[in-house]
Ligand binder design. Structure first.
Ligand code: ACO
Length: 324
């Protein structure tokens, strides 16, 4: 099996910013509540763009530093729960826009763990020799499924995209992955209508069924337990200890979840990368953009051991250890 690594990262964040103060004018909330309960200060929202537009921005940013052209890509995977359309895949829209003519394209639906799932999938295609160069993107327009009248959820989410380009590397790369799911918990976080279970109708629109419904409190506890276990399991699979890890890049759903996981694992705060303050929860794009920003800020150096740790609706979870 070949070693597979990330050779470049990129991101694209829409320009428009919605602050907690702006939200105070929309629902019964306060900057103080949002900041202390979640760690979020602001989030970026699209004006007219769709998931593929954000994904293209992130893909071009990653390609720029990869030394590859779009024509060199033979695989594109977009992780998203807010695709441009139910079908065709958002990855196909991205392919056409960047001109990656020889790529095979598909989407992955694994909510906030989508980027880690997509990395693991691309790794399989490359290590088995089916593909050479893969583009993996986490791209979300969560504002399109957010109920802007529901204070329980609307303060949490934002829009954005992060990308990675994967190829064979001589050493290091993705050392271990741990993915898991628990389909008994679908009720905790979902968008009820718009699929084949509850197709769109006047009634589904009137009852606001096309928006995110979430049991935040139950999810909070599960997120802490599962992200802790996922981090422990992936390290075990890599044959490493927590003291070997240089930087943890967790899914950015809530700063309190992340700090509770860090405490359980006995990790120092400076080993945890946080950007939730600026972006909120961008589902599959959160881990992707956090990785990209950490690299661009010089917090990831060659030879460093990085731990990605994500959790989301499904339930699904995914952790990977990458030697940079
Ligand atoms: N402003 C002010 N008050 C609010 C707000 C708000 N925006 N939202 C809720 N409240 C109120 C509630 O109504 C409740 O009031 P009550 O006690 O009078 O009933 C009170 O605040 C406490 O509500 P809780 O839900 O218990 O608040 P909690 O501390 O749990 O924080 C939160 C809520 C931020 C949603 C938290 O539970 C959380 O982050 N959960 C996990 C989210 C997550 O991990 N999701 C999975 C990934 S996302 C994905 O896959 C797309």
């Amino acid at each position: 099996m070949k070693n597979v690594g990330i050779i470049a990262v990129g991101e694209y964040i829409p320009k428009k910013i919605l602050t907690n103060k702006d939200l105070e004018k929309m629902v019964d909330t306060s900057d103080e509540w949002i900041t202390t309960r979640t760690g979020i200060k602001e989030r970026h929202l699209v004006e007219k763009e769709a998931a593929s537009d954000l994904a293209v921005g992130a893909a071009l940013d990653a390609l720029k530093s990869s030394g590859l052209a779009a024509a060199d890509l033979d695989l594109i995977i977009v992780a998203t729960i807010t695709p441009d359309m139910q079908f065709p895949s958002t990855a196909c829209f991205v392919q056409a826009k960047i001109g990656a003519k020889k790529a095979l394209c598909f989407d992955i639906s694994a909510a906030c763990a989508g980027f880690v799932y997509a990395l693991a999938t691309a790794q399989q295609f490359i290590s088995s020799g089916v593909c050479k160069n893969a583009l993996v993107v986490g791209s979300e327009v969560l504002s399109s499924i957010t109920d802007w009248k529901d204070r329980n959820t609307c303060v949490l989410f934002g829009d954005g995209a992060g990308a990675a380009i994967l190829s064979e590397v001589k050493s290091g790369g993705i050392m271990a992955t741990y993915l898991g799911s628990n389909g008994e918990m679908t009720r905790l976080l979902n968008v009820p209508a718009g699929g084949s279970r509850m197709p769109a109708s006047h009634e589904t629109i009137d009852t606001r069924m096309h928006y995110i419904k979430m049991q935040g409190n139950e999810l909070f506890k599960l997120a802490v337990t599962i992200m802790t276990e996922a981090a422990e399991e992936v390290l075990r699979r890599a044959g490493l200890k927590f003291s070997d890890v240089d930087l943890v890049i967790p899914h950015q759903a809530n700063a309190r979840i992340i700090m509770a996981v860090a405490k359980k694992l006995g990790l120092a705060e400076e080993k945890i990368y946080l950007n939730i303050e600026k972006f909120g929860n961008m589902s599959s794009a959160s881990t992707a953009t956090a990785l990209c920003e950490a690299v661009k800020e010089g917090k990831v150096k060659k030879g460093d051991i990085i731990l990605l740790d994500a959790f989301g609706a499904g339930l699904v979870w995914g952790a990977s250890i990458i030697k940079w």
